[in-house]
Each structure stands twice: as structure tokens, then as C-alpha cells.
Design a binder for this molecule. Structure first.
Ligand code: PNS
Length: 187
């Protein structure tokens, strides 16, 4: 029997608990789920594609039927290449609907045999987006409970303004000590 394969495409910059919630739901209804990160050269992402792959691989390691990949070009072409019959997307609120409907219908026009399957993440993540997580973290707010701990740590390593402020205020000796233990900021 043919495997029921779905592609879950997105930017995942960074992956949130909402994405993870959807991956878990998707892993239950599809035989195989491919989490596919768009390699978009136009965007200026916070995390590089390889950083996002590493995070998603670690976060989905417990699901035997989930794997992580990257793609460019059209989602429908990538889905066909992977032998997928469905594209999985999350809908959080009514505001997502118009954009998702447009995308699903365009994808249907391009490849009618590919179905878009919408799933709703848990209510507690219904306001959550990668963009808001980036903004809150960049401005020093807490994203605890909104992203997995691994993502929180990586965000802290990249951005933590409170950390930088504390370091600025710290006496010289502490400063050099803290620098040793501090994760290196990526270029
Ligand atoms: O997480 P995002 O940024 O909402 O994901 C958007 C994504 C990657 C699903 C969408 O931009 C996409 O499918 N891009 C690939 C190019 C493509 O197929 N464009 C036509 C879509 S109708």
C-alpha cells in the first residue's frame, strides 16, 4: 500500500511550540511527515537554514515518522518530488485564513492532486508566531513556554540584551569570566 506522506513547509525562524504541536498532530495522521524549511534568499532570517535544521532535527528526534529537510522553488514541486499527497499547514485564527486559502487554492491550481490539510494547534498557541517570538526576544521579553527550551537557549545566545546590559555593568573580572561561558554570537 502507498504511504500517506505529507510535507509541512514553512520558514520556522525560529520553530515555536505551535509548530511542534502541529508536527505532533501531523505525525499521528500521516505515515510520514517531512518538515520542509524554505531556503528563501530574499529574507534576512534570524537563524540560518542549517541552524533551523539542527533545531528541528533535535526537537523531532522522538518521532520516527518525521524528518526535516530544506527546499527552494515551489512547494508543490517539492511535494511531488517527495511523493507527498498532502501539504500540512496550521491555521491559528481567522486572520490566517485568507492567506492560507489563497496559498492552498494556488497550490491546487498548480497541482490539483495535492491536497492541503489544515490543522489547528492547541488553543494556548493560537496567538503565537515566529515573528512575534523574534520581536519579543529581540526586545528582551521572555518567550518561556512559547518555544522549546533549546530554541530559547539559542535565542538567548543570539540576542540577549539583558545579558549584554548585565555584562556592561559587571566589574572587569566578572566580565572576562562571563565571556568565557557565554555562547558565541554568530556573525
Ligand atoms: O512559515 P511561512 O513563512 O508562513 O511559510 C510560507 C511557505 C514557505 C509555505 C510559502 O511561502 C511557500 O510555499 N513558499 C514556496 C514558494 C511557493 O510555492 N509559492 C507559491 C505558494 S502559493
Amino acid at each position: 500500500m502507498n504511504k500517506n506522506i505529507a510535507v509541512y513547509p514553512g520558514s520556522f525562524d525560529p520553530p515555536t511550540n505551535g509548530h511542534l504541536d502541529l508536527i505532533e498532530r501531523g505525525s499521528k495522521i500521516f505515515d510520514e511527515l517531512v518538515v520542509a524549511i524554505l531556503r528563501n534568499l530574499d529574507k534576512d532570517p534570524l537563524f540560518s537554514v542549517s541552524e533551523r535544521v539542527a533545531m528541528l532535527e533535535a526537537l523531532t528526534a522522538n518521532y520516527s515518522n518525521v524528518r526535516v529537510d530544506t527546499f527552494d522553488g515551489l512547494t508543490v514541486d517539492y511535494a511531488a518530488k517527495m511523493g507527498a499527497s498532502s501539504v500540512l499547514r496550521g491555521i491559528r485564527a481567522l486572520s490566517d485564513y485568507e492567506y492560507e486559502l489563497q496559498m492552498a487554492l494556488m497550490n491546487r491550481k498548480l497541482r490539483p492532486e495535492l491536497e492541503t490539510v489544515f490543522m489547528m494547534p492547541a488553543e494556548k498557541y493560537s496567538y503565537l508566531s515566529s515573528r512575534l517570538v523574534r520581536e519579543v526576544a529581540q526586545l528582551g521579553g521572555s518567550v518561556k513556554g512559547l518555544v522549546p527550551e533549546l530554541v530559547e537557549q539559542n535565542l538567548r545566545g543570539k540576542l540577549d540584551p539583558a545579558y549584554k546590559l548585565a555584562e556592561f555593568r559587571a566589574p572587569q573580572a566578572e566580565k572576562s569570566e562571563s565571556r568565557k561561558s557565554r555562547p558565541r554570537k554568530k556573525a
